[in-house]
Write a protein that binds this ligand. Structure first.
Ligand SMILES: C[S@@+](CC[C@H](N)C(=O)[O-])C[C@H]1O[C@@H](n2cnc3c(N)ncnc32)[C@H](O)[C@@H]1O
Length: 417
């Protein structure tokens, strides 16, 4: 499949993409002479004379006995050599070209031609100043780093997936492979640039290693995971974009990490539970700061996360009519625990329930406080135009729209974070 897209890029004169895709084709099947032969041509177009020469030489070694391929290889190598000033070598290649059935008049014309006239000027695209850049990390392969100071709620990037998860989730591996086959040459190049496992089918491996819940992205798939994330994914259904928002202030040069699992599976789990979950779901042992804490700090972190999980579950089981106080106390405690832990997301998991409870008891001021709390969280974490934020805004503007609002009255809940 790489081969077809490489030729398509070549046909469209996108020689940079074509060269890169021919290289992937060579890596997948090093014994096929056509891949290096075509890459030689693509390298000639880019004026990569040395690479073109060695590709043509490799094609000759692989093409023994195939006169058509050999004369193409001699012809291409003669151009590469001529451009590098090796006129003797170029002439010898043209003679070999003719000896393998190449037309004499083509060889004669070639001796007069200036090879640089056959190349295209390649102007590298200047990247827009992005909020993040991909660089090597110490222990987690590549990762994304802030290019400037970022603040909570800043949009770091917005990107349409190269392959949408909804397009492949039903069809398994076959669907992934046919989605790859439909990619444009440029998109395929991006997919092939992502981290890949050592063994197994390259495309399945890339998809499994890099796909986010909503699909495979080029830039968003470079963000590493942390159990203390400073950013988060947000899927924007209306535009089909994967977005990433800053959860905390982030200094220029700092690595930006998201969490790969739903919040509570991370903020409400001990390191051992997370370790097992990540090995099972993602086949890596998490090396983030929270998972690398020294024993005493780790014990404290585990205790906070365990308690946050207990509080979350307990809030669901309190009888809302008689135990309103407890719901509010638990919400405040849980949010404080997350803050102590340095976990900057998901406080709305608790605040929304607290708002609903206050509205149930007609404590409109408190309901509004919690609705506003949730709304602020969701704007920062998902974007103001996200449906989660819009829903929270409705409660914020009018707490009477909470489900079952106004059923009871008389009790006040002055608890605040
Ligand atoms: C979506 S990719 C992230 C980008 C990747 N590091 C790269 O070089 O392109 C996911 C892979 O990154 C590595 N990774 C991400 N977060 C990690 C973490 N917290 N601990 C260890 N490895 C991690 C794992 O190899 C994982 O399979």
């Amino acid at each position: 499949m790489v081969w077809r897209q490489a030729n398509e890029a070549f046909g469209a004169r996108d020689y940079q993409t074509a060269t890169s895709l021919y290289s992937h084709a060579v890596a997948l099947d090093p014994a096929n002479p056509l891949y290096v032969l075509n890459r030689a041509m693509s390298n000639l177009k880019l004026a990569n004379w040395k690479d073109a020469e060695s590709d043509a030489t490799a094609a000759l070694e692989l093409s023994t006995g195939n006169a058509v391929q050999m004369r193409k290889a001699f012809f291409r190598r003669s151009r590469a050599r001529k451009a590098q000033g090796d006129l003797t070598g170029a002439r010898a290649d043209l003679e070999a070209f003719v000896a393998h059935g190449g037309k004499q008049n083509l060889a004669d014309e070639e001796t007069l031609l200036d090879p640089s006239a056959t190349t295209v000027a390649f102007t590298p695209r200047v990247a827009k100043q992005a909020a993040s850049e991909v660089k090597d990390t110490a222990r987690m392969g590549k990762g994304a780093f802030a290019t400037r100071t970022l603040h909570r709620g800043d949009l770091i990037l917005a990107e349409k997936p190269l392959i949408r998860h909804s397009d492949v989730e039903q069809g398994g591996y076959e669907a992934i492979l046919s989605a790859v086959d439909r990619l444009s040459p440029g998109a395929l190049c991006k997919v092939l640039s992502l981290q890949r496992p050592q063994a197994g089918n390259i495309f399945i491996g890339i998809y499994r290693t890099n796909a986010l819940p909503d699909g495979l992205c080029h830039d968003a798939s470079r963000f590493n995971h942390s159990c203390l994330p400073n950013a988060r994914y947000s899927w924007h259904a209306k535009t089909g974009q994967q977005r990433i928002f800053a959860l905390t202030d982030i200094a220029a040069g700092e690595e930006i990490c998201v969490t790969y699992l739903g919040g509570r599976n991370v903020y409400g789990s001990t390191r051992e539970e997370r370790r097992r979950r990540f090995l099972t779901n993602f086949s890596f042992a998490c090396l983030c700061a929270a998972c690398s804490l020294a024993p005493a700090a780790l014990e404290a972190s585990d205790a906070r996360r365990r308690e946050a999980a207990i509080l979350y579950d307990r809030m669901m089981t309190h009888e809302p009519r008689v135990h309103g106080e407890r719901v509010l106390r638990d919400a405040v405690r849980a949010i404080r625990l997350l803050r102590e832990e340095g976990y900057a997301g998901d406080a709305d998991d608790y605040a929304t329930d607290a708002g609903g409870l206050c509205a149930l008891h007609s404590d409109w001021d408190s309901a509004k406080y919690w609705a506003k709390f949730s709304y602020d969280c969701r704007c920062a974490e998902f974007g103001t135009d996200h449906e989660h934020a819009r829903r929270a805004k409705k409660y914020c503007d009018d707490p009477r729209t909470f489900p079952q609002a106004g059923m009871y009255s008389g009790q006040k809940f002055p608890h605040r974070v």
